[in-house]
Design a protein around this ligand. Sequence first.
Ligand SMILES: *Cc1c(COP(=O)(O)O)cnc(C)c1O
Length: 385
Amino acid sequence: MIPFIDLQAQRLRLGGKIEAAVAEAVVGGAWVMGPQVRQFETDLAAFGQAKHALGCANGTDALALPLMAWGIGRGDAVFVPSFTFAATAEVVPWFDAEPVFVDVDEKTYNMSPAALEAAIDGVKAEGRLVPRVVIAVDLFGQPADYPAIKAICDKHGLKLISDSAQGFGCTVDGAHPLKWADVTTTSFFPAKPLGCYGDGGAVLTDDDELAQLMDSIRVHGKAVAVDLKDRTFDHDPKYLNMRIGLNSRLDTIQAAVLIEKLKVFGQEIEWRNAAAARYNEGLRPHVSAVPDVPAGNVSNWAQYTIEHPDRDGLAAHLRAQDIPTAVYYPIPLHLQPAYEHYPRGAGGLPVTERLKDVVISLPMHADLDEATQHRIVTAVAAYKG
Ligand SMILES: *Cc1c(COP(=O)(O)O)cnc(C)c1O
């Protein structure tokens, strides 16, 4: 079987650097939030054009940190796409707030600004919930339409989170989503474009106070500088608990892995773009749609996803030739048992409900070579359904 995401090829390409970094972290002995975590946070902030980057336990907690810092709770509406991984919406009911599901754009699969506007107007007209936050997702690696979404957030006084768990490293006209968002969140789950060797996540922000609050919340609500400015505490401020927090730290070993992987991440995004261009060229005549990346956007190609009228037949045909595929996402969140009772934007989610039956993702990773791609393209082209 061809690998769907070949992380062993990446490990071998890095020639023992990761193993050496892990061994050094083990010997160093500061296994949680050690010096490699600080180093990685500095490197990550520089890469992401952010003032602050903070590691945390995973990409789900990364979404919870700003919601907690802003005091999101009962009666609050958080606008999210339904065509995304569950974590995007899951964190909202943690705090008794409600996710409001918004449809996506036909071409980019990302939150539709028009559908967002309609959803906000609907929530306001109903009057039951107060609009507070928008979580835009960079689905499959492509940036959401941040200029349009940010304008809507400003008009309605809403905070904006960019859930870049898949899209970290993507840009709009050369700028990372944080140019528009209050905070960018990401995941270092191994299969994500920038993955570690276990679970990990991070938040990035230019907002000094938000950074401090999230730093506090990730360590059980410990006291941070803003808390101590008008009071004294003679002991370690981590034992002065100012607010309810989490245990959401990044492991030192994971930071050590990530320091090495971040060094080559920019190059890998270029390789992924080259692979995507080869796929587009070979597949365009044979499928209903190849991915559409508007001018000015750079995707990191977390997934390479096409549309095909007989997606399941194509998957079986490819599997018989040892070519794996995946379907993201066969059941959008607003149709899931855990989420179906939450509100939907005005007009429903017709695009999301169409996409769920036609999308299929092909192998994609930085080490995907031309010969393997040729084999995949030829196999797709040969499928006559
Ligand atoms: C993976 C993912 C997350 C959650 O990340 P974890 O590290 O697995 O908790 C959140 N949002 C999106 C869009 C994701 O793809």
